[in-house]
Structures are given as C-alpha cells and as structure tokens.
Design a protein around this ligand. Sequence first.
Ligand SMILES: *Cc1c(COP(=O)(O)O)cnc(C)c1O
Ligand code: SF4
Length: 340
Amino acid sequence: MITRNSDSVQGVDRTWQRELAEAYRSPAQLLTALDLDPAQFGDGLNARRLFPMLVPKPFAAAMVPGDPADPLLRQVLPIGDEFADVPGFGPDPIGEQDGPLPGLLHKYRSRVLLMLRTGCAVNCRYCFRRHFPYADHRVGQAELEQARQYIAADTNINELLLSGGDPLMARDDHLAALFEQFRDLPHLKRLRIHSRLPVVLPSRVTDQLVTLLSSLPWQVVLVLHINHPNELQPELVAGLARLKAAGVTLLNQAVLLKGVNDNADTLVALSETLFEAGVLPYYLHLLDRVQGAAHFEVSEDEARSLMAAQLDRLPGFLVPRLVREIAGQPSKTPIDLKLV
Ligand SMILES: *Cc1c(COP(=O)(O)O)cnc(C)c1O
Ligand code: SF4
C-alpha cells in the first residue's frame, strides 16, 4: 500500500508509469541482472533491431536467476532464431491491418475491437502485432467519436472490446473519459478489456482503475494474457482479488509456445494457479504465424495431445479452448481435438 501511494499526485497513482520508464530495454542489462552472461547468447541479441526489447522489472523479478531457459525470459529475450525467414510466416498473419475506421476492427458480428493505444508495456517476441503499423492507427478524440457513431448505427454490436497494443497503457483519467463517451449506447451490454499490463506491471491495478471499472453501466470482463504459472506473482494475485471483488469477470488467454508452456504439467499448473487467483482459462491460442516467431511454433498434433492431457487431469471448466485465428473467418476457429 505504501509503495502504491508513493507516486500519487492529487490522488492519481502513477507508480506504474514510473516502473514502465524503468523497464529493461537492453538485453545485456537484463541478462546481467539475472546472473547470466550476455556473451552466451552471442549475436542473437541483435534481434532487438527487428523488434525492440522491453521488459518491466516486476516481470523480470519473476524469472529464475541463472536459468538461460527460463520460460518468462524466453518470451521476451531477442534471439538469433528471429532472423530465420520461414515460409508461411509473414508480417500480418491474421489480416488485421484493415478495419472500417482507423483503430476500429469489426471482424465478428456482435463485437467491435477498439485499438485504444499504441504500444505495450512488454514486447513479447511471438507477438502477432510485432510488425503492426501502430502509427496509422492512432486513436484521438475524432476517431473515438467516429467509433461511437459506428457502434450507435449497428445494433448487432453488444460488446466493446478494448485492445491495443495494450489498452491499459492509457491513463485512468483517459479511460474514464472514454467510458463516459460510450455510456449512452443502449445496445452495449459488455465491456471487455484485453490486457497483459497487470501481469508485467501489477501496480497498474490502481485503486482508481478498480473504482472506475466498478462504476460502469456494463458487465466488465478483463481478459488477461498469462502463459506460464510463474507469471502469477503475489502482487498480481492481490490486484486480481481487488478486481474480482469489484465485480470484474476475470478470464485468461494464453498462447501455446514451444519452450515456454508446451508440456502438460505446465498447462495443468497454469489452469490451477489461474483458478486459485479467481481467473478462468478462456483460450489457448495456436501461434499466429508472424515473421520472426517460427521457433515458438507447436504443431497441431502436439497441441491436440496436450489438450487430451488437460482433459484427463483438469475439470472441464479449467480446460481452455484450443483455437487458431484464421483471416476472414467469422470467429476464432476451434481446433478439432479428434479424441478417440
Ligand atoms: C479475438 C477478437 C475478438 C474477440 O473474439 P472472442 O472469440 O469473442 O473472444 C473480437 N474482435 C477481433 C477483431 C478479434 O481479433
Ligand atoms: S502484450 Fe500482447 S500485444 Fe503486447 S507485445 Fe505482448 S502479445 Fe503483443
């Protein structure tokens, strides 16, 4: 509590912004902090030129010092494999770079996705948006008003999704202003926020945010992005408890990643740990085939056998849905498990 209030200006908690400014941006600096020798990784660290490295210190604190294969480190450390040019892996794997308006994607009938903010608080090496032209999608006041009118004109839309980058990169007062603008749309039932920010910067779950989310006219869903049980650090778990107590529904989506979570024990532990923290597993995504991420791919057959192991070891409500995003499809595409 004391640390959360230390950056407070007129009751506005900016600790997370300070922590973001202090994030690791140099691979050598991160590795040294983890008692690892950068020389061990050779020229591969230059992959930061393909996509900058960005790792907040609270996320790095959950890594195991001295372990070059740490599953959290692997998600964020630039490595030489990213230079491989693999057929089938391109810059825009899910055909996302066109929407009806700047910053607005309307791929699925009942829900629109507003790309609120450029950038994230962490750069995941497998990110399907690592080549996304964020600069073309800046959402200012005029774009928000256009988005509001677009939603107002389509009564099929009952859910507003905020994505980004990461929508919680926006400050609480900006979020409050946005929600005010969309408040009077009668057919909106749900607000869904997709964010990894609380995972990498648990201080983002400010008291202001919790109060704001509990004051809205819609049911609020927060979809987290957690790939490994080690990411559920105590400060995150405490933040999730406050959100849950405020009536926010907590879900998780993970990406199946080679060398991170591609074994049954890890996936089972992930679901168990999530549920202990009040979070239900939602999706397990097969990797989007984005250029530079081929070394993370797990085959569909391997994914099916990992799903079978989860079905065997977990109650049904803790088994995420295995899906792939296919450009042009009217929803995420469930993977047929072919269980016998
Ligand atoms: C994933 C996604 C959604 C949400 O899909 P759900 O299956 O409802 O989680 C909505 N819009 C876009 C553009 C998406 O990519
Ligand atoms: S937090 Fe999400 S959008 Fe941001 S880099 Fe990671 S995977 Fe990509």
